[in-house]
Write a protein that binds this ligand. Structure first.
Ligand code: NI
Length: 131
């Protein structure tokens, strides 16, 4: 955890990798992570935790699979959304986006259950931010 304030703009400018979350700070047992995203992630589910999203820039879509079928929520810049635990979801950003996520430390970016992970998606519990 940094002892200095962290400028999110600088933090985002410090890496280029897509779908590869960086840990900005921790709050109790939770990570605050940021990521640059473009194109599609994979369908996955976190069995034991909700997952919070805040869109910092661009527009994020999140596909959701529930009892009533499949739907997609659209999050413009400045929007927040929480994916409930156990819910299969697939984030995507056709035009690219920057996002902030809140989830328990150790949470895997592709969840506990997921479809095959392509090279474009980093399966990680969050990488260190170097600013
Ligand atoms: Ni997820």
């Amino acid at each position: 955890m940094s002892e200095r304030p962290i400028d999110l703009g600088r933090a985002l400018a410090s890496f280029d990798a897509l779908w590869s979350p960086r840990i900005v700070t921790r709050v109790n047992d939770y990570d605050i992570r940021i990521a640059k995203v473009h194109g599609e992630h994979v369908w996955h589910a976190h069995d034991d935790t909700d997952e919070f999203f805040l869109v910092l820039d661009g527009e994020l879509h999140i596909g959701l699979r529930g009892p009533e079928g499949e739907r997609t929520v659209t999050l413009p810049r400045g929007s927040v959304f929480t994916v409930p635990r156990g819910t299969e979801h697939k984030p995507s950003a056709p035009e690219g986006a920057s996002i902030l996520m809140v989830e328990p430390s150790g949470t895997l970016s592709v969840g506990d259950r997921h479809e095959e992970v392509p090279d474009r998606v980093d399966a990680t519990t969050g990488r260190a931010l170097e600013v």
